[in-house]
Design a binder for this molecule. Structure first.
Ligand SMILES: Cc1ncc(COP(=O)(O)O)c(C=O)c1O
Length: 383
């Protein structure tokens, strides 16, 4: 069997473009040297553009969860009333972080696989006027749902002064995000998803209002004190030794995204979503989410007549194709295809074609090519 071959198609970490791999192999530099200042300086505008943020974006060496924790520890205080909207496993995690910091947490649960309804959040806020912040997940990676963040921000702004704090780990850079225009206060993402980088960096963008609150907050914090990151980046620096190789990678990633142009990046992700969904509909295997709720970065499939993990294991063994399974209460019930970052319609055709072969092998379909054809047709229509 061909050794070391793998097709990593999980919703992050994603494959890494060769030019980013190369950029990350540059010789090490001193983190207080001019070279690092130049590097940070070249990264700043691109990051702001991706978030649609006027204020500087904080770069922390740490995984996405450290960014979520930074948002909590900087923006709210123990005892504060907050609302966490839970549409899946990562909404749950946001609530756990809030609880760890002894906030008074209200939770609004939605069925896993469905998007939240902004009007319901607005009416919850109307009956709980002391809520200081609302935490929501943009793409709920565990279900493949893209939640209506723009609409949420709009309804909250009309009804409440609560801060709007968003986990955008699995979609920022792949879907439109306009932090200032939409009225989001804090938005967090991680390097290993749409940015096409290895894990290890988290980015946090904030509104003017959020930064004012953060500057005044007396909450104890040290490594995750966002004030330090903001002050440092204004001087093209970082408060602690950053993951320098990842910063070189980030510089290249932002250049690739800039060259492609963000609206084309969003369109590419949209097309990949549509192709994937059309393929599974054509081969008659149920999708977890309805079209309106589906994320452009990850698709969850919920088979009703075979074990999701049997197919996954077979695809891995036979073809080196790695798909993600279900998390938490969806464990064993779904499989998920990541189509974000360094991923193109050509990859979707390959994935669907292999999935069809896998389904044929486990005796679930007879005819090959139905899904691939449906995906190809979508591609042609979308072009
Ligand atoms: C939506 C979302 N939030 C948070 C995280 C956690 O990020 P990390 O594993 O980098 O800490 C992930 C990771 O998959 C995610 O998809």
């Amino acid at each position: 069997m061909l050794q070391d071959y793998q097709l990593l198609r999980i919703p992050g970490p994603t494959p890494i473009p060769p030019s980013i791999q190369q950029a990350m192999m540059k010789p090490m530099i001193g983190h207080r040297d001019l070279e690092t200042k130049k590097l940070v300086n070249s990264i700043r505008p691109g990051l702001k553009k991706i978030f649609g943020a006027e204020e500087e974006v904080a770069i922390i060496s740490g995984s996405g969860t450290s960014g979520l924790e930074a948002a909590v520890v900087n923006a709210v205080n123990p005892g504060d009333e907050v609302l966490v909207i839970i549409t899946g496993s990562f909404g749950d995690r946001f609530a756990q972080i809030c609880e760890a910091y002894q906030l008074h947490v209200h939770k609004l649960h939605y069925e896993w696989g469905k998007a939240f309804i902004p009007e319901e959040i607005a009416s919850f806020l109307a009956s709980h006027p002391s809520i200081k912040a609302v935490f929501a997940t943009y793409c709920e990676t565990s279900t493949g749902v893209l939640n209506p963040i723009k609409e949420l921000a709009k309804t909250i702004k009309q009804n409440s002064d609560a801060l709007i704090i968003i986990d955008g780990v699995s979609c920022i850079g792949a879907v439109e995000t306009k932090l200032d225009e939409w009225g989001i206060d804090l938005c967090v993402t991680g390097s290993q998803k749409a940015f096409m980088l290895p894990p290890g960096l988290t980015f946090i963008a904030g509104s003017k209002r959020a930064w004012n609150i953060i500057e005044k907050s007396n909450n104890p914090r040290f490594y995750l004190d966002l004030r330090k990151y903001r002050k440092a980046i204004q001087d093209n620096s970082t408060p602690f030794t950053p993951a320098l190789s990842l910063l070189y990678g980030l510089e290249q990633s932002l250049m690739l995204l800039e060259k492609e142009q963000l609206h084309h990046v969003y369109k590419r992700h949209h097309v990949m979503k549509e192709m994937t969904r059309a393929a599974f509909k054509a081969i008659d295997i149920p999708l977890l989410t309805i079209d309106e709720d589906a994320s452009p970065t990850v698709t969850a499939i919920k088979p009703d007549n075979f074990e999701a993990d049997v197919l996954r294991e077979m695809l891995k063994k036979e073809f080196g194709l790695i798909l993600a399974g279900g998390q938490s209460k969806l464990k064993g019930k779904i499989f998920r295809i990541g189509h974000m970052g360094y991923s193109s319609p050509a990859d979707i055709l390959q994935i669907i074609s292999l999935v069809e072969l896998g389904l044929h092998k486990i005796g679930k379909i007879n005819e090959l090519g139905i899904g691939v054809r449906a995906a190809q047709q979508v591609y042609i229509q979308e072009e």
